[in-house]
Design a protein around this ligand. Structure first.
Ligand code: DTR
Length: 340
């Protein structure tokens, strides 16, 4: 009798354990945790947009998704972002496509000097353009959104007012923009943004070429008291997700992510444009940064020197079998459409 009731007790216990396990593994209320890697430090715009995306996703899925964010290259750094996400080291990663000009040749066409006026236009253009061309480079991931920086300008320790001033100066840029500095006669030094604060501090470089929100976010204004306004090119970014992980998500969660894609692009572009204005005002007030405007003739001169970069991109794109002219003409008409 005693033995029998013992057996019943064990059976009930096993059944309960089984029910609990099933509820945890397959239950509707289970929270799905996703890791999201980013390469620069937390106050920078790629991380600000990451936190915004996290909050929106957690709110819109009513807590079913929890996103753990990893800024500052703590999970994946700039160079390993794409491959790290493909390999599943992070579920999601934010990458600057311009850091790998050859790998993302199609989307990097947006970082040619084609007159994108600001980050909002750049982000809308890039997202539409990506959807139309669906480049092969993204076949192994799910793209969650794309966006761009505001156009790049020169931040430097010494004033740069003409081509004589920039000649031979060690300036940092990365990816495609490096060729621009070269074309203007600077000694271009390549590195991702995350390595730039140390290079400036140690005097490895005398300035950098990027969008101006970094004057505040990295406090570059303390060292770089001069800004030469060239408003040249944007840098395109993308946020990618491990494909298997994406496929494992419930349909309604996938819908939330898809709905957010274009919205996130526009939000980030708008945030960036406003933040650049804030950063310039802050730099002037806190560090008396001088903003240098090239006169019209000088500017036309600087711009003319960049045409070979477009010509070279066309040659290389054709070699890779890409419809180079169609890409450029599509991009220009998207820029016109969104600049209105
Ligand atoms: N302009 C690119 C990309 C960039 C602009 N702002 C930030 C902030 C943090 C990381 C990257 C970027 C660059 O110069 O790297």
């Amino acid at each position: 009798m005693r033995r029998k009731s013992g057996m019943i007790f064990i059976r009930i216990f096993i059944a309960l354990m089984f029910i609990m396990t099933c509820t945890c593994a397959f239950g509707k209320n289970e929270t799905i945790k996703l890791s999201y890697a980013n390469f620069p430090s937390a106050p920078t715009f790629p991380c600000v947009q990451m936190e915004r995306w996290k909050n929106e996703v957690e709110m819109r899925t009513k807590g079913r998704i929890a996103v753990d964010t990893f800024p500052g290259g703590t999970l994946l750094d700039a160079k390993n972002m794409m491959d790290g996400v493909i390999a599943g080291q992070a579920d999601i990663g934010c990458l600057c496509m311009a850091y790998q000009p050859g790998r993302f040749m199609t989307t990097n066409a947006t970082s040619l000097p084609i007159g994108i006026p600001n980050a909002k236009v750049g982000s809308l253009v890039l997202w539409d353009f990506f959807k139309k061309y669906q480049p092969e480079a993204f076949a192994q991931v799910k793209v969650l959104t794309m966006f761009t920086t505001a156009p790049a300008n020169i931040m430097s320790k010494k004033p740069i007012r003409n081509l004589e001033d920039i000649k031979g100066l060690d300036l940092r840029a990365s990816g495609g923009a490096a060729q621009i500095l070269k074309a203007w006669g600077a000694n271009q030094v390549g590195m991702p943004m995350s390595a730039t604060p140390e290079a400036l501090q140690k005097g490895v470089v005398q300035g950098l070429f990027s969008s101006l929100e970094v004057m505040k976010d990295y406090e570059f204004a303390e060292l770089c008291r001069f800004v030469t306004m060239t408003d040249t090119v944007i840098y395109p970014f993308s946020v990618v997700m491990n494909l298997q992980r994406w496929n494992s998500l419930p349909k309604d969660v996938q819908e939330v992510f898809d709905t957010l894609a274009a919205e996130q692009a526009e939000w980030t572009g708008t945030y960036m444009d406003n933040h650049v204005k804030e950063s310039i005002a802050w730099s002037k007030e806190k560090y008396q940064v001088e903003s240098i405007r090239l006169d019209e003739k000088e500017k036309a001169n600087w711009e003319r020197m960049l045409q070979p970069i477009i010509d070279q991109w066309i040659v290389e794109a054709k070699e890779k079998g890409l419809p180079a002219e169609a890409i450029l003409s599509d991009l220009k008409s998207l820029v016109r459409k969104y600049s209105k």
